[in-house]
Write a protein that binds this ligand. Structure first.
Ligand code: GLN
Length: 244
């Protein structure tokens, strides 16, 4: 009997409020790479005040944003959504979080001005606004490949023992410019400061997320290889000089 066509259910968290430096490109890369392989994709944009269906999504994406947006989003996450997301990750859902979204997947983010913003504590990390902004191209080395991207954050993020660093910083500041850690990983949840967008330039990592996310409801799935000529050219391109 032929296998039913798999569907990837994506919960796109705060896609209107938290979408900076092209983070939405991650959603486009995930969905296009699925469509090229005849995998169906459902994308639910979940904004402030919208309900989040428990245990429904295979993959959550949460992009970056400025402190102003983070304040509104942190308040919304403090309700049912935070609990639903924590349970989902514990039960094996995949998540990719970038910059401001990454910070709010941790315990808290303390901005320069104003009160500490509570996060949802999926990552054992804390973040606080630091004296400088880290702006520039960045490379992280993971055990199974390399991620290239662009960082722009003032926060310093520190990892606790309950999660591991996503990768080792080769270029850039990573979590805090001090300890060489870059991003965080807990079960199938990943956090990183890399905008860019991240996934179009790192197709191996996009495919890893798709495989892990589909495995939740469909079991092991083998993805047909894609040519990726443009993606790999973008990945290899030496960082351009930044102009301000
Ligand atoms: N509050 C953040 C900072 O550290 C968020 C920035 C971002 O998401 N690009 O600057």
């Amino acid at each position: 009997m032929p296998h039913a066509r798999p569907t990837l259910r994506i919960g796109y968290l705060y896609g209107v409020e938290m979408n900076i430096y092209g983070d939405r490109g991650n959603i486009i890369a995930l969905s296009q790479r699925c469509r090229w392989r005849d995998i169906a994709v459902e994308i639910d944009l979940v904004g402030i005040g919208d309900p989040l269906r428990p245990a429904y999504h295979d993959l959550y994406f949460f992009g970056g944003g400025q402190d102003k947006e983070q304040i509104a989003v942190a308040a919304d996450l403090a309700g049912d959504k935070g609990k639903i997301l924590r349970e989902a990750v514990e039960e094996g859902a995949t998540a990719l979080t970038i910059c401001g979204g990454y910070q709010l997947f941790g315990h808290h983010y303390r901005p320069h001005n104003g009160p500490e913003l509570p996060g949802i504590g999926i990552f054992d990390i804390t973040s606080e606004a630091g004296p400088d902004r880290f702006i520039g191209n960045s490379v992280l080395e993971l055990p199974d490949g390399e991620l290239v991207g662009f960082e722009n954050h003032s926060a310093l993020t520190f990892l606790g023992p309950g999660c591991e660093s996503l990768g080792r910083v080769v270029i850039g500041a990573g979590n805090n410019g001090r300890d060489g850690s870059g991003g965080a990983k807990y079960k199938h949840a990943y956090g990183s400061y890399l905008h860019g967008s991240l996934l179009p330039k790192n197709p191996w990592f996009a495919d890893r997320l798709i495989v892990e996310a589909l495995a939740r409801r469909h079991g092991p799935v083998e993805l047909a290889p894609l040519p990726d000529n443009l993606e790999l050219a973008a990945h290899r391109r030496p960082p351009a000089q930044l102009t301000h």
